[in-house]
Design a protein around this ligand. Structure first.
Ligand code: PGA
Length: 267
C-alpha cells in the first residue's frame, strides 16, 4: 500500500493559539510512538492567523519530517491590492506547501464560482505549492425507487472541467484531488458520510473527465466529509483513496489522534 495522506482542515477553529498548540502536542506525542513503517503523510491547514506559529511548531520534535504546513485559501492575484486577501508569495514565505482550493464552504456559502476557484488553483501552482482541489456535488437526488438520479454525475463532470480549465497536463498531475460531497460535510444540516463504494464512483467520474482532457492524471485522491475515527478505516482501506481530508474531527485532539491511530494500524 502506498503512503496514506491525512489532511487536517481546521477551518475557522480552534478559537485560540493555545488550543491549536494542544492539538499539535497530542499529534506530536502520538507520532513519536510510531515506527518508521507506521508513518504516513500529514498536512495541517490552520486558519491564516495561526499559520506562522503552526509552521514553527511543525519544525520541532516528532512533527518535523512527519507533518507539513497547508493553507485553506489563497488570493487569486499575487500583486494587485486586494483588501483582506493573503497572497501566494506570503504563504510560500511562511513555509506553506499545500493550499486547499474549491472547498464547498467557499463555493456555496461564500459564492466562490468555478472561475474564481480556477484562478486560485492557478495562483497555487504559480507559487509552486501543491493544490488540494475539492470537488463535490451539493445534493444527490434520489428516484422514487431510492436510486440516485444521474444529475449529480453531470454536475461533477462540469465542475471538474471548469475547475481545471486551461491547466497543462503537468499542472494537473501536481494536484491532489479531494472528493467532498457537500451533503456529507459535517456542517451541512442532516449531513451523513458517503460510503466508500459510492465515493469511489465519484472518483471514477473525476478520473474519467481528467483523462479525457489530459494524458497525465493526478496521483492522489482523498475523501472528505464527516470523517471520524469510526469510519476512517473503511475509506483508507478502499484502494480508490490515498487518504482522507478531515474537518471537524481534526480540531478535537482526542478524536484526531484516534484517526491517526487508525491510519498507522492499516499501514
Ligand atoms: P468535516 O469537514 O470532516 O467536518 O465533514 C470536511 C471538510 O469540510 O473539509
Amino acid at each position: 500500500m502506498t503512503k496514506q495522506l491525512i489532511v487536517a482542515n481546521w477551518k475557522n477553529h480552534p478559537d485560540s493559539l493555545a488550543e491549536a498548540v494542544e492539538i499539535l502536542d497530542s499529534a506530536d506525542k502520538y507520532l513519536g510512538s510510531l515506527s518508521e513503517a507506521e508513518r504516513f503523510g500529514l498536512i495541517f491547514c490552520p486558519p491564516f492567523v495561526f499559520t506562522e506559529e503552526v509552521g514553527k511548531i511543525l519544525k520541532t520534535s516528532h512533527l518535523e519530517h512527519q507533518a507539513e504546513l497547508g493553507a485553506q485559501d489563497i488570493s487569486i492575484d499575487d500583486k494587485t491590492a486586494l483588501t483582506g486577501e493573503v497572497s501566494g508569495s506570503m504563504l510560500c514565505k511562511l513555509g506553506v506547501g499545500y493550499v486547499i482550493v474549491g472547498h464547498s464552504e467557499r463555493r456555496w456559502k461564500l459564492n466562490e464560482s468555478n472561475e474564481t476557484v480556477n484562478k486560485k488553483l492557478k495562483a497555487v501552482l504559480r507559487n509552486e505549492m501543491v493544490p488540494i482541489v475539492c470537488i463535490g456535488e451539493r445534493e444527490r437526488d434520489f428516484s422514487a425507487e431510492g436510486e440516485p438520479a444521474s444529475g449529480w454525475k453531470d454536475f461533477i463532470k462540469k465542475q471538474v472541467e471548469a475547475t481545471f480549465a486551461g491547466l497543462s497536463a503537468d499542472e494537473v498531475t501536481r494536484c491532489i484531488i479531494a472528493y467532498e460531497p457537500v451533503w456529507a460535510i459535517s456542517t451541512t444540516p442532516g449531513a451523513r458520510s458517503d460510503t466508500p463504494e459510492s465515493a469511489a464512483e465519484s472518483i471514477f467520474i473525476i478520473k474519467e473527465v481528467l483523462s479525457k482532457t489530459y494524458n497525465l492524471k493526478p496521483k492522489t485522491y482523498l475523501y472528505g466529509g464527516s470523517i471520524t475515527s469510526a469510519n476512517a478505516r473503511e475509506f483508507l482501506q478502499n484502494n480508490q483513496f490515498d487518504g482522507v481530508l478531515v474537518g471537524g474531527a481534526s480540531v478535537n485532539k482526542e478524536e484526531f489522534v484516534k484517526i491517526l491511530a487508525t491510519v498507522s494500524k492499516i499501514l
